[in-house]
Design a protein around this ligand. Structure first.
Ligand code: FAE
Length: 610
């Protein structure tokens, strides 16, 4: 076998280029990575102004797929992102096949962070609680923001747009599915805590009908963290729908951004892996855009920026990147109790909270959470939101090629003490004990549903989410919030995104800057073109451009110090193959190829198998 045939790139060989499909998709002025709250607001508001947006989402477009969300009891593969076991906080006894499911768990040192995957981001997997933060705390964490504006304009606006509701009292009082919450509320009040109804994006009229048996059950049918097939007004029912309806927005599902390159002309190119539903990479592309918005969530946005910065693909010195991260003070708490549930009937959507925020230093806010596993389980669950006393910090480990988090017991000590005191008081007054068969001492301080921070407003960005020192790069998601917001966070993330994009549109989109090139997409693959051992790339461009290639080994940041070969080539418009060099004298092993022009940069790996 000649070297050409033996050269086995990690990349797909010659995936068909569908020019028509690409042409349709590439008519865009900006790229937005992610489709969660921050990204959806950004797309909708830009689209209203006539800006054409391309959204890249690593998860599935659930609405337009044949797949249904999974129930929490007897979950199926759609429940979980690319694992062979479910990853819920407990009860993971179910084996499943690998699939791009909706709930992902990122396991960092000492904390497991849960995120939603798919078009709609966290809105698909979350419990729908839409809570306005305490104004005093908002002012404490965002000293540079105009709180008056937020409380008079942005919070009311996003409550309206997201369709936030409170459960009607008569339904709460009469429904057997809310008995767990009525008992939880009474118990909290016996123990001297203040309770309140929590606003939610679930449609309670739909829920009533579920109970009457008039429609298919969702909240009353064990659906929530693996997605709701009905009832919940996730982002595909509002912001994303409006964005798509405008005709100015396209979403590409199963497109995972892997690295960002800052080009010489202050545009950006984004390397993207195209996944199949088993998580296999079935294609790669590079997209180029004049303006790039990051809405990949606290962990996704921070990782993309940190990785690209550490590798030298983003040259700007972004201050405090990876810092000011927090778990929003999350601790899960579980009591096992004396009272009876009714045949295990529980709505999976939380509707009541305990508000103990004013009780400094023991401040917490907690939902009285359902535990809807379909049996009389005698468990009361809570997700406490405590104060955050110490921030975590993300770093990027180039050797392991992964983001790591500095987070240990010292970050959660106050949260655990607080939770312990809360459980003690509830058990003392009402009976019951910590449910240690679920969580050690009834407390899960390593469970985080609310990752926040990493690229914080006023630190790494200016006060509108513009990344400092990196023109044309913006963040509009949970990465902006410094680790804590004192309540469930998506309403604040949505309000912040509204505020940021309103100002960015006014100041940075006075006239729409159409991309000067017709296309901003580069399709490429690395392939052997002949039996002689030539290394070639296949590119699809619609702009003539001069390119330089670099073949190197090892560290990406210092690729110029590790060069094996370098050269120039001229690319023409359309699909062509370009022979870069003959590599028959190369030793077997792993190599990297970087291609640079003023117009786009990208890099990838290729290897000779042993
Ligand atoms: P997010 O909604 O996470 O969206 C990020 C999107 O970017 C996702 O779709 C990702 O798949 C995608 N993405 C990430 N990396 C890439 C990449 N490299 N390339 C392409 N796409 C990428 O971000 N909050 C509340 O306020 N109330 C609740 O009741 C509540 N319950 C929750 C329950 C669960 C189980 C979970 C996991 C979260 C819950 N949250 C809740 C948190 C809330 O959903 C979360 O704060 C927001 O969704 C975060 O919004 P972002 O826009 O920051």
């Amino acid at each position: 076998m000649g070297l050409g045939a033996a050269l086995m790139p990690n990349l797909l060989l010659g995936k068909a280029f569908d020019l028509e499909e690409i042409k349709k998709k590439k008519q865009f002025d900006v790229i937005i990575i992610g489709t969660g709250y921050g990204a959806a607001v950004t797309a909708h508001r830009l689209a209203q102004k006539g800006v054409k947006c391309l959204m890249l989402e690593m998860g599935l477009d659930w609405e337009n797929s044949e797949h249904k969300f999974s129930k929490m009891i007897f979950p199926h593969k759609e429940s979980t992102w690319l694992r062979t076991k479910t990853v819920a906080p407990f009860g993971n006894i179910f084996s499943i096949s690998k699939f791009t499911g909706v709930l992902d768990r990122l396991d960092y040192e000492n904390v497991n962070v849960y995120v939603g995957r798919g078009v709609g981001g966290g809105s698909l997997a979350n419990g729908g609680m839409a809570v306005v933060p305490k104004r005093s705390y908002f002012e404490e964490i965002f000293p540079e923001l105009d709180a008056d504006k937020f409380y008079s304009k942005y919070f009311p606006l996003v409550k309206k747009e997201l369709g936030v509701q409170i459960i009607p009292k008569d339904y709460f009082e009469s429904s057997e599915y809310h008995e767990y919450a009525r008992i939880g509320k009474k118990e909290a009040e016996y123990a001297g805590y203040k309770t309140q109804f929590i606003p939610n994006i679930y449609d309670f009229e739909y829920m009533r009908k579920e109970e009457k048996g008039e429609v298919e059950k969702s909240a009353l049918g064990h659906e929530v963290i693996y997605g709701n097939n009905h009832g919940k007004k996730d982002l595909t029912k509002n912001y994303l729908k409006w964005a798509l309806d405008s005709g100015n927005v396209s979403i590409l599902q199963l497109h995972k951004a892997t690295e960002i390159f800052q080009n010489k002309d202050q545009s950006y190119s984004i390397s993207v892996e195209i996944l199949d539903t088993k998580g296999e990479v079935v294609g790669r592309k590079v997209y180029r855009t004049n303006k790039l918005f990051l809405g990949a969530g606290s962990t996704g946005t921070t990782e993309l920026l940190l990785k690209s910065k550490t590798k030298g693909s983003i040259k700007s010195d972004i201050q405090d990147l990876g810092k000011y991260w927090g778990n929003n003070g999350n601790t899960m708490a579980a009591r096992t109790k004396i009272w009876e549930t009714r045949e295990g009937k529980q709505s999976s959507i939380p509707i009541v909270a305990i508000d103990n925020w004013s009780d400094s230093p023991d401040a917490f806010f907690t939902e009285i959470a359902p535990f809807p596993i379909g049996i009389d389980n005698k468990v009361e669950l809570y997700l406490l939101i405590n104060r955050l006393k110490k921030y975590g910090e993300f770093k990027y480990d180039l050797k392991k090629n992964q983001m790591t988090l500095d987070w240990d017991r010292s970050h959660t000590t106050n949260m655990v003490l607080n939770t312990d005191r809360f459980l003690d008081r509830m058990n003392l007054i009402n009976g019951g004990k910590p449910a240690d068969f679920l969580l050690k001492r009834g407390i899960g301080e390593n469970i985080c549903y609310h990752p926040l921070g990493g690229c914080v407003i006023g630190k790494s960005t200016d006060k509108y989410g513009r990344v400092k020192g990196a023109k044309n790069l913006y963040v509009t998601d949970g990465a902006l919030i410094p680790g804590t917001v004192g309540v469930n966070p998506f309403l604040t993330i949505t309000a912040l995104a509204e505020y940021c994009i309103e100002h960015i549109i006014k100041q940075d989109f006075k006239k729409i800057e159409r991309n000067k090139v017709e296309s901003n997409t580069v399709d490429f693959s690395i392939l052997p073109s002949s039996e002689k051992g030539d290394l070639s790339v296949k590119l699809n461009l619609d702009k003539e451009t001069q390119c330089t290639f670099y073949i190197y080994k090892g560290d990406d940041k210092n690729y110029l110090d590790n060069l094996i070969k370098q050269g120039n080539f001229k690319c023409s418009r359309g699909i062509s193959e370009y022979k870069l060099t003959n590599i028959s004298d190369f030793q077997k092993g792993n190599y990297k190829l970087r291609v640079e022009t003023g117009y786009f940069n990208f890099s990838d790996k290729f290897s000779f198998p042993e």
